[in-house]
Design a protein around this ligand. Structure first.
Ligand SMILES: [Fe+2]
Length: 346
């Protein structure tokens, strides 16, 4: 019999309430984050403490990457009359952040897509039952890819959302809207009259059985939004992975950004996954707990004054596309010169 099991099998055991999950890593690793409901016994204490493990359920041990410590722990347990397996891929490969997330995320269609030139992420979320979908921050250059995926997955796109008026790339919103029946949506504060929906704090957008909630998080720009859905927050250029967006144009404010992050984003549960609009070093996502602890600009050990000073001293070059991108994005991504003049909102 194979002594290891996959994420998928562990999920089935969790659903059937037929498993004791045992984290055999060190105390620090466990405290930084662990699989929900896991019991903690470090591998070097298994022999002395295995009587603490409840009887009657299957035991699944896990460590950081799978095998190694978890395999040793399972071996010790099996030699002592228990029935234990170790988790392949370990904590690093475990994709769920909470029990509800595990049961829901298993079925939520979720794609993180990347655009190379501006290092932008686009996110596609959909209900697998109704096929209704939302796209966040599409980029003009990758519209064909996104539309192909939507078609392949047989999705009905309801909304095209912008986290903010981007300065480094042109949104794919207008092009996607032209070719689907989706509604475009930006913050009401952007004053973008061409958008179908003007988003405000706490507004909820439904897609099938799911709901995405709008959070106003000004600071990078005055109209910046974050979106919360099923244990994930899409932070745009507000909170980034071990960084933040800049605050030196488009009515940005370092004070506002610090408050948006500390009072709103960091108020979410520690295990909420953070998906930004960009990453320049190849990271895909983070968590609230990790950013509170390790974000060098805006983590828990940085005061508001320190953050404001730090942002003042950044002296970043202007994005190369700013004079093209901002007017186009104020016109929902329409790029010909006539349409790129954003109409005044009345
Ligand atoms: Fe931005």
């Amino acid at each position: 019999m194979k002594p290891s099991i996959s994420n998928h099998k562990l999920l089935a055991l969790i659903k059937n309430d037929n498993v004791t999950i045992l984290d055999v890593r060190g105390k620090d690793e466990f405290e930084r984050g662990h699989i929900f409901g896991a019991l903690h016994i470090p591998v070097d204490q298994i022999l002395q403490r295995h009587h603490e493990i409840p009887e009657g359920k299957q035991i699944v041990t896990y460590c950081g990457k799978g095998a190694g410590r978890s395999e040793n722990a399972a071996k010790i347990l099996n030699e002592n009359g228990k029935r234990a397996f170790w988790l392949e891929g370990g904590y690093q490969q475990w994709p769920f952040v909470s029990p509800s997330d595990a049961t829901i995320r298993e079925s939520l269609i979720f794609h993180q897509l990347f655009e190379r030139e501006s290092s932008s992420y686009t996110y596609l979320l959909a209900d697998p039952a109704t096929r209704e979908a939302i796209i966040i921050d599409p980029v003009l250059e990758t519209v064909e890819r996104d539309l192909s995926l939507i078609q392949e997955l047989d999705l009905k796109l309801l909304y095209i959302l912008e986290t903010h008026i981007h300065a480094d790339h042109i949104t794919g919103s207008a092009e996607i809207k032209k070719r689907t029946s989706a509604k475009s949506a930006v913050s009401k504060k952007a004053g973008v009259c061409c958008a179908d929906l003007e988003l405000t704090e706490n507004q909820e957008l439904k897609f099938g059985g799911y709901s995405l909630k709008v959070m106003e998080t000004p600071g990078h720009t005055s109209e910046s939004l974050s979106f919360y859905c099923e244990g994930m927050i899409f932070t745009g250029d507000s909170l980034m992975i071990r960084g933040t967006g800049r605050t030196d144009f488009q009515q940005g404010s370092a004070n506002d950004l610090y408050e948006s992050i500390h009072k709103k984003i960091f108020a979410l549960p520690d295990d909420t996954k953070v998906y930004p609009a960009h990453d320049y070093k190849g990271a895909l996502f983070s968590t609230i707990a990790l950013e509170r602890r390790f974000n060098p600009r805006v983590g828990d050990n940085k005061s508001q004054d320190e953050f404001v000073q730090l942002m003042k001293e950044l002296k970043l070059a202007e994005p190369t596309k700013i004079h093209e991108a901002v007017p186009a994005n104020l016109a929902c991504g329409k790029t010909n010169s006539r349409m790129a003049k954003a109409p005044a909102c009345t």
